[in-house]
Design a protein around this ligand. Structure first.
Ligand SMILES: CC(C)(COP(=O)(O)OP(=O)(O)OC[C@H]1O[C@@H](n2cnc3c(N)ncnc32)[C@H](O)[C@@H]1OP(=O)(O)O)[C@@H](O)C(=O)NCCC(=O)NCCS
Length: 162
């Protein structure tokens, strides 16, 4: 469908997630996050299929990297391009862990946040995470403590189970 410039301007901005692929790595490296990760690190997580990107109108604007055990998800890195923040992109990625990739046996999502990263702390709080504890000196590069944030996943019930 062809859009007039006014229609295009007024069109709601579409957000969508997908698994990270090789072609995304350069783009995600350019998104500032709390860590200086190498291309190799992103590729490793990508190959394990534990890295997602979020697109806004088909442009990659953010990513999340996580892993999981039988009982929990752990978010290792999450960032949205500064020009696209506060548009729901971060929420979409975390919600995907909460719902789409959910597994009835996993009962929580955890992550650590630098104590001075108030934006991220408020973000996780807005999504329903709670502060679980402080890890002294978790970030030696900036001499900061880490705040562990936890989201309790609702237990799914199957036939007859409670
Ligand atoms: C944290 C981060 C991923 C949030 O991504 P985002 O796409 O901007 O977040 P969303 O738009 O989905 O925000 C959802 C809600 O979280 C809250 N929130 C998000 N950023 C916030 C901020 N800076 N201050 C206060 N509340 C905030 C708001 O309630 C927001 O809803 P609203 O915009 O309707 O008020 C992003 O700010 C970022 O990339 N920060 C730098 C990297 C980082 O700190 N990563 C996390 C630790 S690894």
């Amino acid at each position: 469908m062809l859009w007039t410039s006014k229609q295009a301007r007024d069109r709601p901005l579409e957000l969508a997630w997908r698994y990270m692929v090789s072609a995304d790595v350069r783009r995600v490296l350019a998104i500032p996050s709390g860590f200086r990760w190498s291309e190799k690190e992103f590729r490793l997580w990508m190959q394990r299929r534990t890295a997602l990107v979020v697109e806004r109108n088909r442009e990659v604007v953010g990513f999340i990297v996580f892993d999981h055990t039988e009982t929990e998800f752990r978010i290792h890195n999450l960032a949205v391009d500064p020009g696209h923040r506060r548009a729901g992109a971060g929420r979409l990625l975390v919600k995907e862990l909460i719902t789409g990739l959910g597994n009835s046996r996993r009962d929580r999502i955890v992550t650590d946040v630098r104590e001075t990263n108030s934006g991220a702390l408020l973000f996780y709080k807005a999504l329903g995470f709670k502060a679980l504890g402080v890890q002294r000196g978790l970030y030696p590069d900036t001499d900061e403590d880490g705040i562990t944030m936890e989201y309790r996943l609702p237990r799914e019930t199957t036939d007859g189970e409670t």
